[in-house]
Design a protein around this ligand. Sequence first.
Ligand code: 5GP
Ligand code: MN
Length: 343
Amino acid sequence: MNIDLLTPAELEQLRELINVSEKIVLCCHRSPDGDAIGSVLGWAEFLRTQGKVPVAVIPDAYPDFLQWMPGTERLLRYDKHENFANEILADADLIFCLDFNTASRTDKMAGHITEAKAKKVMIDHHLNPDMDTVMCISHPEACSTCELVFRLIWQLGCFENVTKKCAVPLYCGMMTDTGGFTYNSTRPEIFFIISQLLTKHINKDKIYRNVYNNYSEWRMRLTGYVLYQKMVVMAEHNACYFVLTREDLRRFHYIKGDAEGLVNMPLQIKGTKLSISLREDTEHDNIVWVSLRSVDDFPCNLMAEQYFNGGGHLNASGGRLECSIEEAEAIVCRAIEEFCKGR
Ligand code: 5GP
Ligand code: MN
């Protein structure tokens, strides 16, 4: 199957950029998810097989359920080592920007990435890439950045060099960005790639369990609480939302990642097209994180842009509001009433 992404000239350009660069840095978006961490770890491991010594800098913490992935111990947390990370960014020859389309998605790293003298290469699957790069490998039709990373390695003719340590995070990122291959994953290329990754002796069932069957007791109880007490069903609009206050999070011993995926659950209700979650920031007042999920052709990214200062994919988007949690709830209700009308 032909899964090439680049023209022959682009392929040579990428090969050359990697060959001539000594100080290579990889970075991803804030609150990294499975695809962000997976693509960073997979691409870093691949570069190591090419004799490179890349440094992976991530803006902040990743969820607890990704900790098991091979190589996480080497990730450099920007929020913990800001000065050191700034030096590394300033000193880099080449920066790979993985799984984000604009520098602002890296939060405090943004200015340091933009101003770094390094050449930048974006590898991403979000709409509207907007960065000053020498190569912009942007494919919104891809299921994940991990899919793109695999296809680049494949096209570079380096699949033989792929180790299990590279294959595991790539599989994991494809899996998490498609909800375990339940959405955005019907293209045959995806299953061709999976079949190739399996030849590296990854245990896909174990990867699934590591991510999805690895919750704390508190996360499980939080799920019950959200569904029983917090979920608001706006049946006339085929929409649901729920709000998690700081007090809720404290009560359920919230740790990073514990709320991940909850927003998908209301979509299991027959006929539901849209689900929105609001989560009060655990540290800062007047910051509310918004997640949106939808089915079929309901464009939750447009809704995220219009009402929540965010964006994302057609069926999975996010954003943030700077207001109280009560005001945020009022905005969500109004957004659902306005946006869902006639859909
Ligand atoms: P989550 O609900 O997991 O935080 O975000 C879902 C998806 O929405 C992410 O994979 C990301 O692509 C997108 N997303 C989240 N927040 C933002 C944002 O502030 N801006 C944009 N453009 N996309 C976002
Ligand atoms: Mn992604």
